[in-house]
Design a protein around this ligand. Structure first.
Ligand code: E4P
Length: 217
C-alpha cells in the first residue's frame, strides 16, 4: 500500500518525506486555502514546491472548475507543472467526462469526492488513475467508510478495473490499518495519523528497560 500525505503544508510534507515512507501528496482547495495560497500564480508555484519535495511521488492538484471545458483547460495547466502531477477532478457529470478526456490524452487523474460504489464504478470506467472514497466523512454520517473500501476493492478485482483505490479523509491510525486490510492501494493521511502508527506503550516501556539494562553492559 502506498502512503500519501493529505496536506498542502510544506513543513509537514518535508517531515513525512524525511521519514522515508512517503509516496505522494494529495491536496484540496480547503487545504490550499489553509496555507494562505491565493491566486493562480501562487497556486501553480505551491504545487511546484510540493513536487520538488516529493521527487518521484504523485501530487494531486485539484481543479476548481465544474464545467467540462474549464476543467480541461485548468487540468492541462496543472499537468504541465510537473510529470508527477495528478489532476484531481470531482465526481460530477462533467468531471467524469473530463476524466475520460484526460485518460485519452495521457493525463493522470484522481476522481475525488467519492462516497458510493456506483461512483467508483463510473470513475474506473472513465479510466481514472485513482479513485478517492472519503472514508472519514462517511463515518461522520454514521455509515461505514472502510466497508466501502472493501466493496470497491471487490468490484474492481472482479471486473479487472485498473483504477487504484486511494482511501481519503483518514482520521486516525486505525483507519490506515483497516484500509490496508480492506484492499486500499493508497492511503492519504494527515501527518498525525501516519505518526500514530508508531505508537505502542509496550514499545516505550521495552525501550526504556533496554536502555536501562544497556548501562550494565
Ligand atoms: C482527499 O484527497 C481529501 O483531500 C481529503 O482526504 C479530505 O479529508 P477531510 O474529510 O479530512 O477533509
Amino acid at each position: 500500500m502506498k502512503f500519501f500525505i493529505d496536506t498542502a503544508n510544506l513543513a509537514q510534507i518535508q517531515e513525512a518525506h524525511d521519514l522515508g515512507i512517503l509516496d505522494g501528496v494529495t491536496t484540496n482547495p480547503s487545504l490550499m486555502a489553509k496555507e494562505g495560497i491565493k491566486g493562480e500564480a501562487a497556486i501553480l508555484q505551491h504545487y511546484k514546491d510540493i513536487c520538488e519535495i516529493v521527487g518521484d511521488g504523485d501530487v494531486s492538484a485539484e481543479v476548481l472548475s465544474t464545467d467540462f471545458a474549464s476543467i480541461i483547460e485548468e487540468g492541462k495547466k496543472l499537468a504541465a507543472i510537473d510529470s508527477n502531477i495528478v489532476v484531481k477532478v470531482p465526481m460530477i457529470k462533467d468531471g467524469v467526462k473530463a476524466i475520460k478526456w484526460f485518460t485519452d490524452n495521457n493525463i493522470r487523474t484522481n476522481c475525488t469526492l467519492v462516497f458510493s460504489a456506483g461512483q467508483a464504478i463510473l470513475a474506473a470506467k472513465a479510466g481514472a488513475t485513482y479513485v478517492s472514497p472519503f472514508i472519514g466523512r462517511i463515518d461522520d454520517s454514521s455509515w461505514d467508510g472502510v466497508e466501502l473500501i472493501a466493496q470497491i476493492a471487490q468490484i474492481y478485482s472482479i471486473q479487472g478495473f485498473k483504477t487504484e483505490i486511494l482511501a481519503a479523509s483518514i482520521r486516525n491510525a486505525l483507519h490506515i490499518v483497516k484500509c490496508a486490510e480492506a484492499g486500499a492501494d493508497v492511503c492519504t493521511c494527515p501527518l498525525d495519523s501516519i505518526l500514530g502508527l508508531l505508537k505502542h506503550p509496550l514499545t516505550d516501556i521495552g525501550l526504556a528497560k533496554f536502555l536501562e539494562d544497556a548501562k550494565k553492559m
